[in-house]
Design a protein around this ligand. Sequence first.
Ligand SMILES: NC(=O)c1ccc[n+]([C@@H]2O[C@H](COP(=O)([O-])OP(=O)(O)OC[C@H]3O[C@@H](n4cnc5c(N)ncnc54)[C@H](O)[C@@H]3O)[C@@H](O)[C@H]2O)c1
Length: 392
Amino acid sequence: MGAPPIKRRSFGVPHRAPGSPARGPRQYLTGRQIKYYRPTGHAAIRSLIDDGFQAFNAGRLSEACHIFADKMLAPKNDTTIGLTVAGAMTPAGLGGCIIEMMERGLFDFLISTGANLYHDLHYALNFQLRRGSPFLDDRDLYAAGVIRIYDVLFPATVLLETDEYIRAFLKRSGMNGPVSSSEFHYRLCLDLIKQRPGCEEYSVVARAAALGVPIYTSSPGDSSIGMNIAWHELMNGSNLMIDPNLDVNEVCAIILAGKKNGCVILGGGSPKNFYLQGQPTLWEVYGIPKGGNDYFIQITTDQVVWGGLSGATPSEAVSWGKVNPGVLPDTVVAYADSTIAFPLFCEYAVGGKWSTRKRKELFHKREALLAELKKQGAGAHKKRAKLARGAS
Ligand SMILES: NC(=O)c1ccc[n+]([C@@H]2O[C@H](COP(=O)([O-])OP(=O)(O)OC[C@H]3O[C@@H](n4cnc5c(N)ncnc54)[C@H](O)[C@@H]3O)[C@@H](O)[C@H]2O)c1
C-alpha cells in the first residue's frame, strides 16, 4: 500500500486542477508591489552613460542614448519614432518609462506584443504584481494559485478578473466587425478611463488615447486579449476581429509620412518585424521608394548567429530595404537586458536637451495618412503598369 493521497486544496482559483500546496498564495505574495517607474532625467545617470559606459555593451548603450537624444529627437530631423516592445516589460514595471516617453512626445507610436498590453491592464485595474524569486517550486505555486513570470508573482485570480473585465468591455463596446488594433486599443482606453477614472496615470493603454499615440499589436491572437476576443466570437456570435490588414496599412502610412523614420526596438519578436516591414511594404508592394529607416536602435538579448529576425542586425536589414544604407552609423544594437537598459535609456532622453517634443497625435491622423498612401500607391501602380506595357 502506498502513502495516503495528499489532501489537495486549490485556494479558491476555479478552473485549475487542485495540487498539493504547502503554502497558500499569501505566503508567496509578500514581496514589494511592482509599480511603474517614471524616469526623471537624473543627472548622475546621464553622467554614468556619458563617462562611465565606454566599451562593450555599455558603450553600445551609450551610443544608443546619443543617437536617440542628439539625433532622433533633434527638432530639425522631425523623426517619426516607433517603439516596439517584446519580452515581459510591463510585468517587470517598465510601463512607466513608456508612459513618460509618450507624454513627452518622444515616441509617436507603439507596436507591442499583446502580452505587454494585457499585463498593463492589471495596473489599470489596480491589481497587484509582486517582486518574488525565480527559484520557487512551480508545482507549489500552481497549487497555491500563483502565477510566475520569472521573478514576478501574482495571484491567478488577477488573470481571471482581468479577463472578466475584457469580456465585459467587449460586450459594452458594441464593436462588431473588423477594426485595426489601434482602434481597438483606443476604445479599450476610453472604457478603462470611464470605468476606472485616474487609471491613465498607471497604464500605458489607458494613457495612450489622450496623447493620440496609436498602439498596435503584431500578433493579435497571441495573447489573453486575443483569447477573449475569440471567446466573444464563439460564445456571443460577435464579428469583432482585429484585422491585420488595417494595421499593416496604418503602420505603412505612418512611415510613409515620416520626414525621417526611426525605431527603438526592445527585445525583438514580431513587433520588431511589424515595424521594419513597413519599408519593404512601401517599395516592394506599393512601389513607393521611401529609402529605409534613418535610425535603428535595438536592445536585445538575442544573437545574430541563429539567423532569426530578433537577432538580425541593422546591417542585415539594409539588404531588405528596411534600413537606409547611408545611415549605418546611426544604427546600434546593445546586447543587454531591456529591464536594465531601457530605464537608463529613458533617463538619458528625459534629462536631455530635447526632452519634450510636440506630439504628433498620429492616432487622429490615420485616415489622412491612409488616403495619402492610397494616392501614392495608385500613382506607383500606374507607373509600373506603363513600364510593363513598354517592356512587352
Ligand atoms: N497571457 C498572455 O497574453 C501572454 C503571456 C506571455 C506571452 N504571450 C505572447 O507570446 C509571444 C512572445 O512574447 P515575448 O514577449 O515573451 O517575446 P519573445 O520570447 O518572442 O522574445 C522576443 C525577443 O526579445 C528578446 N527578449 C526577451 N526578453 C528580453 C529582455 N528582458 N531584454 C532584452 N531582450 C529580451 C528575446 O531574446 C527574443 O529575441 C507574444 O506574442 C506574446 O503576446 C502572451
